[in-house]
Design a protein around this ligand. Sequence first.
Ligand SMILES: [Zn+2]
Ligand SMILES: [Zn+2]
Length: 226
Amino acid sequence: MINVSFPVGAFQCNCHILVCPLTGDGVIIDPGDEPHKIQQLLAEIESNLGKPISIQYLFHTHAHFDHIGATRSVKESILQNRGAGAAICLHRQDKRLYGFLRLQGAVLLRRYKKPLPVDHFYEDDEEFFVGRLKFSIRHTPGHTAGSVCLLLHENSEIQCPEILFSGDTLFYRGVGRTDLPGGSAETLIKSVRQRLFVLEDDTVVYPGHGGKTFIGYERRNNPFVS
Ligand SMILES: [Zn+2]
Ligand SMILES: [Zn+2]
């Protein structure tokens, strides 16, 4: 499995490009900023793999500007260069927030173009098959009402461990802030305990910001939810 993870933008949101090495199908999670860097990495992965990459989905953990800021440019350049794919996916409860991208940016004196329409709203527990990659969606409200975590299931055929992309819900020894519109501390703690801490100890966690961790470590050591 090809997993290229890198921080983008002033807020250092972790963006991920995940590709099935057998089919060349892939996804991008949280294209928050620096669309040119994302395009360049896609091209590098493609030349290393030696076959064309087809990005099927742009998955978003939630609709804060630092996670959706480059969605429009990335989708437009994929359409231009590759013809199809890159369906924009989001939870419906973050639809308003997504539509307010320009307003979110204005508060920080950042300019954004109007966001493109969302192509697909996730259902809770929905599954996505991308080449040999299998993802499932866990709705984990609290940081925002429509926050989700994406679980990538283990698959030994492509050396893929079980990985959780936790957005701004769960961090290394921390959790996301809940003082922004749509946030709720009580709901977030419930989401983490009921939807994330039930996963296996050795599930790798890639948070929306900062370094990776493991479910077992957080269950024992996270001061906010353990
Ligand atoms: Zn956020
Ligand atoms: Zn964030």
